[in-house]
Design a protein around this ligand. Structure first.
Ligand code: AMP
Ligand code: GLY
Length: 425
């Protein structure tokens, strides 16, 4: 089989690695891909959103399956284009991807179908929004309705911060069209985790949970980033909570989307928060999470191609996950998520067989890799326990220690509201 992966980040490198392992796959293509993928895939000079060229390539090369990584092409209807061309593709249509594309739509859906989430109201008028803020008080959460590259959420600790966020979004058009409407949401307290599932219509096949670390610096300080590391499974989810989240969140959401004539196929991602009343949704994504994918896929024991073929054929793929833990730590360019230098040569790291490397922002310069993005690499490892896997990863990361061009968080998997070390395993 020939498989095409659309995207260029760490998530897609992880997908490429997984597809390349399948005995059924003879060729993996990536569009546009990145330097790290070149070992396993042929990278094509076609960007993610060039639907026409992607469809043309898939037709001409008789690609058997296309997998779409990022949200932008999904929201622009790439799956619809592939389907129209009668090409096999795994991902939601434009209409189903709205669950990620509009926070207001997602909130309405959850409200209508009784899916646990924070209380909310949506606004286009700044004065009305401010009045609501004053009634509710802080802390409170303000979200741009549309896609804002992970930056459209402000957790305001004071009313002044909240008002500032409303003005930035509604009056100063901080995120353009994406913030012409906002959602104001009750602040929820608890440990966060991500729960992703393969979905086709009403069939839902959940994966192990994962936890990502969005803040740039240790102790969850500093600005939000695309993710500085992740581990799986989450430590706070008991079997009972997991089942609750599947039964009360994932399955009802898949059914609700069918009811609304937006039947979902692809990866449904629920960002959850473990409150005293149980798990509640803080966001939905219509795709694999990044960097969660990089730590969840290594635990998947099935052949990923077979899983997707089965799901598309309405067959239970019988997912099997290793009982191990998997952790991944991101190496970022100094300055990220603000301005940073590109083209910096990466130090040589120890290619221990147990530690895998995933490229996110690298380029080849002769025989060397140089940095080409904010998040550069992720190092990951499986282990009997989370501590074991973290020890392996941090050992390899020592190569990045003696210089100041890169940084990474030293507390991935170690910082999350766990007071005692005993809980780490
Ligand atoms: P989102 O992009 O919706 O995942 O939001 C980004 C981050 O903001 C989340 O990972 C949470 O840490 C935080 N957040 C979002 N919604 C809430 C909420 N209702 N209560 C508390 N924190 C939230
Ligand atoms: N890790 C969160 C996301 O992919 O949106």
């Amino acid at each position: 089989m020939k498989v095409l992966v659309i995207g260029r980040g760490g998530r897609e490198h992880s997908l490429v690695q997984k597809f390349a392992k399948s005995p059924q796959v003879s060729q993996v293509y990536a569009a546009p891909g990145n330097a790290g993928m070149e070992e396993q895939a042929e990278c094509l000079p076609i960007t993610e959103t060039d639907h026409e060229q992607l469809v043309k390539f898939a037709k001409e090369q008789q690609v058997d399956l296309t997998f779409v990584g990022p949200e932008n092409p999904l929201l622009e209807g790439i799956v619809d284009s592939f389907k129209q061309a009668e090409l096999k593709v795994f991902g939601p249509t434009k209409s189903a991807a709205l669950i990620e594309g509009s926070k207001h739509f997602a909130k309405q859906l959850m409200h209508k179908y009784d899916i646990p989430t924070a209380e909310y109201a949506a606004f286009t008028d700044a004065e009305k929004a401010k009045k609501y803020l004053r009634e509710k008080g802080a802390p409170i959460v303000i979200k741009a309705d549309g896609l804002a590259a992970g930056k459209g959420v402000v957790v305001a600790e004071t009313i002044e911060q909240a008002i500032q966020a409303v003005e930035d979004m509604l009056l100063d058009h901080q995120f353009g069209e994406a913030s012409s409407e906002i959602v104001i949401e009750e602040f929820l307290e608890g440990e966060e985790y991500s729960l992703m599932a393969f979905v086709h219509g009403e069939n839902v096949y959940p994966m192990v949970t994962a936890r990502d670390h969005k803040r740039a610096y240790e102790n969850d300080e500093g600005p939000n980033t695309g993710g500085m590391g992740a581990f799986a499974p989450s430590r706070v989810v008991t079997e009972e909570t997991y089942q609750y989240a599947v039964d009360h969140i994932l399955i009802p959401t898949a059914r609700a989307l069918i009811e609304e004539d937006r039947s979902f196929t692809g990866i449904l991602y629920a960002g959850l928060i473990q409150t005293e009343q149980g798990p509640k949704v803080i966001e939905f994504n219509a795709r694999f999470g990044d960097p969660e994918t990089q730590v969840v896929l290594p635990l998947l024991e099935n052949d990923l191609v077979q899983v997707i073929m089965d799901v598309l054929d309405n067959k239970d793929p019988k997912l099997r996950f290793s009982k191990e833990a998997c952790a991944g730590v991101v190496v970022a360019s100094a300055g990220y998520p603000g301005p940073y230098e590109k083209g910096v040569q990466l130090p040589k790291w120890n290619r221990e067989t147990e530690v895998f490397s995933i490229h996110a922002g690298t380029k080849k310069d002769g025989a060397n890799y140089v940095s080409d993005g904010g998040r550069v690499l992720l190092f990951g490892a499986k282990g009997k326990t989370l501590s074991d896997s973290l020890d392996k990863v941090y050992h390899t990361l020592e190569a990045f220690e003696p210089q100041d061009k890169f940084f990474y968080r030293k507390d991935i998997g170690r910082s999350v509201s766990v007071s005692s070390d005993q809980n780490i395993e």
